[in-house]
Design a protein around this ligand. Structure first.
Ligand SMILES: [Zn+2]
Length: 192
C-alpha cells in the first residue's frame, strides 16, 4: 500500500520538481509547468485509465496523482500540514505569501527609445476587453526588420494566440474582441 499523506508519506517523484503527475502501475512521473496543468493532466490520465479498465481481476488498477515537490498533492492536506497549497487564488495561502515584486513599467518614451536603440520596428498591438467593458490588457510587439514579412506576421499571430491564452488563464475571461494596431497605423478590431 502506498502512503500518499501523513508524516511517513512516500516520495513518488522528485523533490526538486515543483509540479508533476505520477501514474501508478506504470510508475511514470510526468513533469508539469504548474498546478492547473497538472490537474488537467491528472484528470485526463484518470479518465483514460478508468475508460481502459476492463474489470478483470488480474487487470492492474492505475491512478494519476498530482505531485508537489515529489509528494502527493491535495489542497486540504497541504492546508492541514500548514503548507502552501500552490493555488494562485487561494485566500488562506495568499495572506501568508510575500507580495510579488513590483514590476517596473517602461514609459511609452522609454519603450520607443529602446526599440530604436535595438533596431526594432513597432508591430501590431493586441488589446483585450470584455463585450461591454473597458480594455483590460494590451500587448504591443516589436520585431526586427531583418525578419521577413511572412515570419513577422506568423510571429504576431503566435504572440496574439499566446496572449489570449494567458489572459484566459490568469483573468479567467475570454476576450470577445482584439484590437489590432497594424504596422501602417490603421487599426482593426476583430471579433473572436
Ligand atoms: Zn491554499
Amino acid at each position: 500500500m502506498i502512503k500518499l499523506f501523513g508524516p511517513d508519506r512516500q516520495l513518488l517523484g522528485y523533490e526538486d520538481q515543483e509540479w508533476a503527475v505520477w501514474v501508478s502501475g506504470m510508475d511514470d512521473v510526468l513533469p508539469q509547468p504548474d498546478l492547473i496543468t497538472a490537474l488537467v493532466t491528472a484528470g485526463e490520465q484518470n479518465a483514460a485509465l478508468c475508460g481502459g479498465y476492463d474489470g478483470h481481476p488480474h487487470t492492474p488498477v492505475a491512478y494519476a496523482v498530482v505531485l508537489h515537490h515529489g509528494y502527493a498533492w491535495a489542497q486540504s492536506v497541504e492546508h492541514q500540514a500548514g503548507r502552501d497549497c500552490g493555488m494562485r487564488n487561494c485566500t488562506d495561502c495568499g495572506a501568508r505569501r510575500a507580495p510579488a515584486p513590483e514590476l517596473k513599467s517602461l514609459t511609452a518614451d522609454e519603450w520607443a527609445m529602446s526599440l530604436a536603440a535595438a533596431g526594432l520596428e513597432p508591430g501590431p498591438a493586441f488589446a483585450y476587453r470584455l463585450a461591454s467593458g473597458p480594455y483590460e490588457a494590451a500587448v504591443h510587439i516589436a520585431t526586427s526588420t531583418r525578419i521577413d514579412t511572412d515570419a513577422r506576421r506568423e510571429l504576431a499571430d503566435g504572440i496574439q494566440d499566446a496572449a489570449s491564452g494567458v489572459i484566459w488563464r490568469i483573468l479567467g475571461r475570454l476576450p470577445v474582441a482584439t484590437l489590432r494596431r497594424n504596422a501602417d497605423g490603421s487599426t482593426s478590431e476583430t471579433a473572436l
